[in-house]
Design a protein around this ligand. Sequence first.
Ligand code: SF4
Length: 274
Amino acid sequence: MLNPSRADRLAGLLEFSIRSLPHPYARIFLRRIILRHPVRAMLGIRRYWLQSVTDIQEYRLSDSGEDVFVPRAACAAEHLLVATGFCQKPVPVAGKHDGCPAGRFNHDCLFLTALELGPPAERFASRACEDCFVRVLGHAALRAGASFAILTSALDVAEQILIPALELRRFTHVLMALCPYSLEPMSFALQVCCMDGYVFAFDTGACSDYREWLLADRGDKREQTGLSATGIRRLFNLLNSVAEASSQSGPSRPTVFESIDHVLRPVPGRTAPF
Ligand code: SF4
């Protein structure tokens, strides 16, 4: 378990921020989030500064435990955002499949957009879907009644997730998997945008420096990322606890996703409740 000092965390955040200044996502973040909402920004910065981090692979956005997070997230589960990077989509495996049939650097998943919970049995669009972590995570998110996003560029994250979370309270809670290199800045941004939850760092295939991260931010990412076994267990435990605590039932229970602004939002489907 890593236990980063506050100085290390701040140094990482500063390094990322300074390198990011010339790029559009940083200007959007500064203009639309920090400058337009200075009071919330200051409160978020304070939250970030005071937050103690005991394990950088499981970054908790507030000091409250899962006994607080789970019931609150379950209370309005569609405002819980479950998200992971496009880099978790399968890459081609010789003799087996050609990688994600929806393409890699986009928000799309053929399986999840066609998914309807309950019978009939789910069908895979490709053999790549069989072992796909994105499929399993998205499916668990729908079972919990949560929203689900495949993250691409930092600019898209700012426009599709951070700003709607801050200005519309579209997302209040989050369970997110992402690159350890962007974990500090993303955790900071989520705290500034008043979101509570957990951020899990990829254990394999992750970018190791800003140059690699910037290439990935433009879609140039060959490696397939993955969480550690502990991270996967923890993420699914939290998500399954939200599903159990969620009281949604009957006709209003979400059974399908609808894509709104590139985020899959849970909505009731055609199948009778089960
Ligand atoms: S399940 Fe995975 S491989 Fe299949 S379409 Fe979705 S993201 Fe691509």
